[in-house]
Design a protein around this ligand. Structure first.
Ligand SMILES: [Zn+2]
Length: 262
């Protein structure tokens, strides 16, 4: 198994040996009893549940909720360098700005992005003790947010892409991810290799986001044996995960979490 599933969390084998220095997980939408574990936060009214779930998560992984940093995800290709000043110790949820990826080398900072089908891309630079986490839906994938996250790590922390360990996390699979002609055209016009990750079925297409992201990272200098593609599909596992597509937009949000222990 390339991943380990507990009652609330999913952990990746690639990062297993690093757990004394780095915190990571993808949260399940529902636990074994069917109770939800939702990180939706639309307004202040959601705060008690949202903060309680972050507290539960912190207890399980061993971090302080005040050390968590989040962004207002809008399917951009913007990568933010995060420090302690950006954590919930210093900013409130209502003050979050629009970015879709974060990098940091600060001990005790826990990066978190929200997902329901969109791909979380986790990166760890063991040598320089730095991390990156990207939210990559089709727009972010088209605009290469994952390679841009690695580039930002290189600029900020001298991270060598070939030394980064990467997990392409739970997200929608190619069979579940139907796209129409507009998205098909954007990908095939912009990328020389997109066609390898798109197949036509009748009058529509299926896009393999995870495969495309993997290829874009290898083309940016990642070592293929440092990239783990998690085959868990959010759409195929509705009992356990949130799927925007399969729920027709009516579902909660999971958190992808990656942090450096203090
Ligand atoms: Zn699927």
């Amino acid at each position: 198994m390339e991943y380990n599933i507990t009652n609330l969390l999913i952990h990746f084998k690639t990062f297993e040996g690093l757990s004394d220095r780095f915190v990571h997980c993808y949260t399940r939408g529902y636990d074994d009893s069917g109770k939800d574990f939702d990180f939706t936060r639309k307004s202040k009214e959601d705060d008690p549940r949202f903060m309680e779930n972050i507290r539960v998560l912190g207890d399980q992984l061993g971090f302080k909720p005040s050390g968590m940093a989040m962004v207002l995800q809008m399917h951009t290709d913007l990568v933010k360098k995060v420090t302690h000043a950006d954590t919930f110790q210093h900013v409130s949820y209502d003050q979050l700005a629009v970015w879709d990826a974060m990098i940091t080398n600060c001990k005790g900072v826990i990066l978190a992005t929200k997902h329901a089908d969109c791909v979380p891309v986790y990166m760890i630079d063991v040598q320089n003790e730095a991390i990156g986490l990207a939210h990559s839906g089709w727009k972010g994938t088209l605009n290469l947010i994952a390679p841009k996250t690695a580039e930002a790590m290189k600029l900020a922390f001298h991270s060598d892409p070939s030394a980064l360990y990467c997990v392409i996390g739970p997200s929608i699979c190619a069979d579940c991810y139907e796209i129409q002609e507009d998205v098909y055209r954007l990908f095939t016009q912009q990328s020389s290799y997109a066609k390898e990750y798109i197949k036509q079925i009748g009058s529509s297409w299926r896009l393999d986001l995870k495969g495309f992201i993997r290829e874009s990272l290898i083309r940016s200098g990642f070592s293929s044996d440092h990239i783990q593609v998690c085959d868990l599909c959010t759409g195929c596992n509705k009992h356990m995960m949130y799927s925007h597509r399969k729920s027709k937009g009516n579902c909660g949000r999971s958190l992808a979490v990656l942090g450096i222990r203090s």
